[in-house]
Design a protein around this ligand. Structure first.
Ligand code: ADP
Ligand code: MG
Length: 329
């Protein structure tokens, strides 16, 4: 049995998921496929040459499922992926979700997609030690072709938002991942909790003024930008889309301090390329990728020019894809 799970880019709403806020991610065409066969003992392999220790993601998912009394039989699972590892496109969630689907099916079990997202998130928090929100695992399961998904991370209500025709997603991978990515991520989470406590709110989602806290200012303004962005998609207001992405990047840079010079340079280079609608860093930051919304008619010219301006960039031209599921043989 084969199960596929896509990676993602987030169009806007960065670092808002663990603050009970709004996110607007898209599942992408690059994905991980888990091929599972019955076996005498558990065995996991990967065709992606991952760094040592990668199995902990899969073991973490297995542990979460066993905790929920899912009777997983022994399996030989081979993972193969078209996703770059560590590029901010959530190869980790794709790995977790493809593994979860294989385990659950082999056990003859069924679980709601949102439960699978939650237990994969829990696996990453407990086993990998990253205090991540639910966005990556959620979108890998809930993605829809040609749509972004608006998720309210407070009550997990969500709805697809159509991406207007003629807009192509161009992902630009800087190829760097700075070592402080995960420690700073956990630090931001603590800083948000502290700012929320000082402002007297349960989470920064509820804050109406920033009280001088830069982290709070990012979350408050970013949540508002997500809702404006959804509106701009609905009215196909490409100028507004670009302005909101620019403001998001600036806020992540200045108020949230999770960008880096490679991401800033990539966003700056995109401004000189034909067909750009909007560009910003996407994902946790400190390296990884930028997301560029580009006029489809100019997508190839855009990619060519960006590669010229930023030698070494890996460019992925993609569109919104469906969420995880069984792959027909
Ligand atoms: P990202 O999710 O942005 O790609 P992470 O650092 O969160 O980056 O996750 C990357 C890690 O996930 C890898 O170092 C590896 O341990 C694991 N991983 C992801 N995809 C695979 C795969 N196809 N095979 C094996 N391990 C993988
Ligand atoms: Mg990840």
């Amino acid at each position: 049995m084969k199960f596929r799970a896509p990676g993602r880019v987030n169009l806007i709403g960065e670092h808002t998921d663990y603050n009970d806020g709004y996110v607007l991610p898209v599942a992408i065409e690059m994905e991980t496929v888990a091929t599972a066969r019955p076996a005498a003992a558990m065995r996991f392999s990967s065709t992606s040459n991952p760094p040592p220790g990668w199995e902990s993601y899969v073991l973490g998912v297995e542990k979460q499922l066993r905790r929920r009394a899912v009777p997983i039989p022994n399996l030989d699972i081979e993972f193969s992926s078209t996703l770059p590892i560590g590029a901010g496109l959530s190869s980790s969630a794709a790995l977790e979700v493809s593994a979860a689907l294989a385990f659950i099916a082999a056990a003859g079990f069924e679980l709601p997609a949102m439960e699978i997202a939650k237990l994969c998130q829990q696996a990453e928090i407990e086993t990998v030690g990253l205090a991540c929100g639910i966005m990556d695992q959620f979108i890998s399961l809930h993605g829809r072709a040609n749509h972004a998904i608006l998720l309210d991370c407070r009550n997990l209500a969500w709805r697809p938002v159509a991406i207007p025709e003629g807009i192509t997603l161009v992902i630009a991978d800087t190829g760097v991942k700075h070592a402080l990515a995960s420690s700073e991520y956990n630090t931001r989470r603590k800083e948000c909790e502290a700012a929320g406590a000082a402002l007297g709110v349960k989470s920064l989602r509820d804050a109406t003024h920033d009280g001088g806290y830069k982290r709070a200012r990012h979350i408050i303004t970013e949540n508002a930008r997500v809702l404006s962005f959804v509106e701009a998609l609905a009215t196909d207001d490409r100028r507004a889309l670009g302005e909101l992405m620019a403001a998001s990047h600036e806020s992540l840079c200045t108020d949230y301090e999770v960008s880096c010079h490679e991401l800033d340079a990539m966003v700056a280079a995109a401004q000189q390329c034909p067909g750009l609608i909007g560009a910003r860093m996407t994902g946790g930051g400190f390296g990884g990728s930028t997301i560029n919304l580009v006029e489809t008619s100019e997508a190839n010219a855009f990619a060519t020019k960006l590669a010229e301006l930023y030698p070494g960039v890996s460019i992925h031209v993609t569109k919104a894809a469906n969420g995880a599921g069984r792959q027909s043989p």
